[in-house]
Design a protein around this ligand. Structure first.
Ligand code: GDP
Length: 328
């Protein structure tokens, strides 16, 4: 492996962070950049909350609550309990020590610092060697058009537990938002060995990133191979509403539906070995397809899925050009 090899992971929160951790263990320190969705970010109790950035940061720092996959291990909720007693808005779970992150991020944003620089600094103070980049320094808000009206992301996802039926999704502000500084250069870097799309929710976690101006095209133009991991296993999301949203949007909730969703960006696709019967059909779409265990329960599971993704991207990178890449 070359020392100058770099890898880029596109990811959301809990599902994406699991693969990020596997990759961070499998790659030399400093060679992984994680580009994280910020479409879930919102202002709450006067604080700027970036749930996916914090989930990835806490996970890579070894501090995440293993029971939930988000928040800090061993955190307490005294502040939230106090808020409840006062009938304040207690529907969004914020731990006491976690609050320090939101206080500090909000303080630094108010002082004029960019989200990317704050995120990098907080991550390095927590001992993370991977680069964690918010997809943009500019605010983007995922909004859901549902049978209960137009909903802000956290209202839909946390307060209403993703129950409303989704009709359409919009990424408010995305068309004017600048992609993470450094991203354009990374995508052109000859040392970029591969781009991996995490098994995150395609509509809620990855599409906000892909909605940034020029990003789809820069990914399609990158020399490095692009591979995605399916977030569905046997037609079901491991967690959250991915499959439910697919059904509501009239799409078949299966691995092929995920592969088709990303098709014009991809060279390779990893689906769960329980869905191996779908591999041939996905291969016919022109994608190098690998079936592997994708359920990440343990650190070993995370590392072995990371090795599968790295191996597939390396194989594709060694083939001449990008014969499978669609254009569009
Ligand atoms: P969120 O922002 O916290 O919802 O996190 P993500 O969007 O990153 O992750 C949610 C997606 O991850 C869901 O579609 C899950 O099905 C998927 N997911 C979670 N854990 C796993 C896993 O162990 N394996 C696979 N293949 N997908 C997973």
């Amino acid at each position: 492996m070359s020392h100058d090899e770099h890898w880029l992971l596109l990811c959301g929160g809990v599902g994406g962070a699991k693969l990020a951790l596997g990759l961070a263990h499998e790659l030399p320190p400093g060679s992984l950049t994680v580009l994280v969705n910020t479409g879930d970010d919102f202002r709450h109790l006067g604080l700027w909350i970036s749930p996916d950035l914090d989930t990835v940061t806490y996970t890579l720092a070894g501090l995440v609550n293993p029971a939930t996959g988000w928040g800090l291990a061993g955190d307490t909720f005294h502040c939230l309990e106090g808020l409840s007693r006062l009938s304040g808005p207690d529907w969004f779970r914020l731990g006491d020590r976690d609050l320090a992150t939101h206080l500090e991020r909000t303080r630094r944003l108010a002082a004029g610092e960019r989200l990317g620089s704050i995120t990098s600094d907080l991550a390095s103070r927590l001992g993370v060697s991977a680069r964690i980049w918010p997809m943009s320094d500019d605010p983007v808000a995922t909004l859901l058009h549902t049978d209960s009206g137009l909903l802000e992301f956290q209202d839909y996802f946390v307060r209403r537990q993703a129950a409303p039926v989704v009709r359409a999704i919009e990424y408010h502000g995305a068309s004017e938002a600048g992609p993470a500084p450094g991203l354009a250069n990374l995508l052109k870097d000859p040392g970029l060995a591969g781009i991996i799309i995490a098994p995150s929710n395609p509509w809620l976690s990855i599409d906000p990133i892909l909605a940034l101006p020029g990003l789809r095209q820069s990914l399609a133009d990158a020399r490095a191979p692009v591979v995605a991991v399916s977030p569905l296993i046997a037609g079901q999301a491991v967690k959250g509403p991915s499959a439910k949203i697919m059904r509501e949007l009239g799409l078949p909730p299966d691995a092929q539906g995920i592969a088709r969703h990303y098709l014009c960006l991809l060279d390779g696709f990893i689906l769960d070995d329980r869905d191996e019967a779908e591999a041939a059909g996905i291969g016919l779409l022109g994608l190098e397809t690998v079936a592997a265990p994708t359920l990440m329960r343990s650190l070993d599971d995370r590392r072995s899925l990371a090795r599968v993704a790295l191996g597939l991207a390396r194989r594709l990178g060694n083939s001449i050009g990008r014969p499978h890449r669609q254009t569009g």
